[in-house]
Unconditional design. Structure first.
Length: 135
């Protein structure tokens, strides 16, 4: 009888925090690509283009920066005016270094990736590869 796989939380916030630290530790400028039309996204009016916005989230550019498992939020200046920015985790499309583009894209819908195939149970013999010689 196969056992049920445990349901895991999204890996997106963990990857986002790790990549943010990696980019920052290398002295580069982390940027987020955000689906500005996503539910719960709060960015200054008129700051998005084609439904997306790129946000500089370097420590020198933002205040009160926080990445939780549910959202990214911080204070930033747009046109000299301070604004609160709130981005649900599902609206984060990518994080990358401005200087070299190194980073990661995320699925647009926030759905988790396909789980890996299950290992054979002890009752089932492992499937062996089948090779055939063709002359």
């Amino acid at each position: 009888m196969p056992s049920a796989q445990p349901v895991m939380t999204s890996n997106r916030p963990y990857l986002l925090r790790a990549l943010y630290a990696w980019i920052s530790d290398n002295g580069l400028t982390p940027h987020l690509l955000v689906d500005a039309a996503g539910e719960g996204v709060r960015v200054p009016p008129g700051s998005a283009k084609d439904g997306r916005i790129v946000l500089n989230v370097a420590a020198r550019a933002v205040a009160q920066f926080d990445i939780s498992n549910e959202r990214v939020q911080f204070m930033a200046r747009f046109g000299g005016v301070s604004h609160a920015v709130h981005v649900p985790m599902s609206a984060v499309l990518a994080i990358y270094a401005q200087e070299n583009g190194q980073g990661m894209m995320f699925p647009a819908d926030g759905s988790p990736a396909e789980p890996p195939p299950q290992a054979p149970t002890p009752d089932e013999p492992p499937k062996r590869p089948h090779l055939r010689i063709i002359k």
